[in-house]
Design a protein around this ligand. Structure first.
Ligand code: KG4
Length: 333
């Protein structure tokens, strides 16, 4: 079964062709990062307009590079939540029109389910059940993936997503948007013990997390140093900050893995590209005797192949939609 999949929830427009949920025939991704960099963050209206400009071209190119025709498309999958509402609506309306025009099923896909499914593309042997930490620009959660479409959230951030925290911290350090990768690079030469960072403690669910205090601590540290005219060791600040994020994510995830008794752990989302977080999970998983799955960098960030992968399993579970499909800025996984 060949699914044409569409992703437009934030600042990447993407169209992919995926066979049977596991084989990527093509994954066309257009990043709008340059358009938003000048503003230091995503401008929703600019994002929506840019999606409209490129989405048709990406779909045409996906067919051209694979040598497939519209008649080869068996279904259309699309991210319908969560994300920027205007941006999501571009993808949803494009997908609806295409599915209607071709007379094929329309499959709505939750963006975070898509991130989790990026692991199915990278690891053909991976099957549920497993635990997954999804860490992206807009979401941070620990999920029990009981089956392909039976996913239970065990813990999540109470405030900022981990990626948002990376981007804001990078901004105060004077790094370009999106700041996760430049901050990762900067931290390589830093000493992660040099700056003391607060570790969040959240009342109630021990698997819940919080990142806003960490973000505020970095902002205060940078502004305080500026006011006193002190030179900051930016590389060590980046390294200390990244260690604090990792120290929030890794122990909670490993605790959840222990509680469930699973031996398979997956990590997904843009922040899963972080070198320190990848290293810390590699060590923790090996100590726990668990098999670790983290997609290659290009499948960590937003893309449409992951939507096609999850779309296949949603279709198999009978989760299709009609012309009434709407987009949602927020939605439970
Ligand atoms: O998954 P993604 O592309 O978009 C959402 O679904 O939200 O994630 C984007 C986030 C951004 O916040 C970006 O700064 C962060 O992933 N990111 C990183 C790294 N590469 C991307 N954060 C930390 N280290 C990285 N190497």
């Amino acid at each position: 079964m060949i699914i044409l999949s569409v992703e437009s929830s934030c600042d990447e427009t993407a169209v992919a062709l995926v066979r049977d949920g596991r084989e990527v025939l093509t994954d066309q991704v257009f990043s709008q990062a340059d358009l938003h960099a000048v503003y230091g963050g995503v401008v929703p209206e600019i994002a929506s307009r840019s999606h409209i400009e490129v989405i048709y071209q990406l779909a045409d190119r996906a067919l051209a590079v694979t040598g497939l025709s519209r008649a080869d498309i068996d279904a259309v999958a699309v991210t319908y939540a969560p994300g920027l509402i205007g941006a999501l609506l571009v993808g949803v309306n494009f997908a609806k029109s295409l599915a209607f025009g071709l007379g094929v099923p329309l499959i709505p896909v939750h963006h975070i389910r898509g991130h989790i499914a990026a692991n199915y593309l990278a690891f053909p042997e991976l099957e549920p059940p497993f635990l997954c930490l999804a860490i992206s620009g807009g979401n941070t959660l620990i999920a029990d993936v009981r089956d392909y479409t039976d996913i239970r959230v065990l813990g999540s951030t109470r405030d900022d997503a981990a990626g948002e925290c990376f981007d804001k911290t990078a901004r105060v350090l004077g790094l370009p948007y999106p700041g996760g990768k430049p901050l990762d690079d900067l931290s390589q030469s830093g000493d992660d013990t040099k700056y003391h960072m607060p570790l969040s403690h959240v009342e109630g669910n021990p698997l819940d997390m919080s990142f806003s205090g960490l973000k505020t601590a970095v902002i205060n540290l940078v502004h305080g140093a500026e006011q006193r005219g002190e030179e900051l060791d930016r590389a060590s600040l980046a390294a200390s900050f990244t260690k604090a994020v990792s120290d929030s994510l890794v122990p909670r995830t490993m605790e959840a893995l222990r509680e469930l008794g699973y031996d398979k752990l997956a990590v997904a989302g843009g922040v899963a590209a972080n070198s320190r977080i990848r290293r810390d999970f590699t060590q923790a998983a090996s100590k726990a005797g668990a098999r670790l799955y983290i997609p290659p960098l290009k499948l960590c960030g937003d893309n449409a192949a992951m939507i096609g992968a999850q779309g296949y399993y949603e279709y198999m579970a009978g989760h299709t939609a009609g012309a009434e499909l709407n987009a949602f800025a927020t939605l439970e996984v």
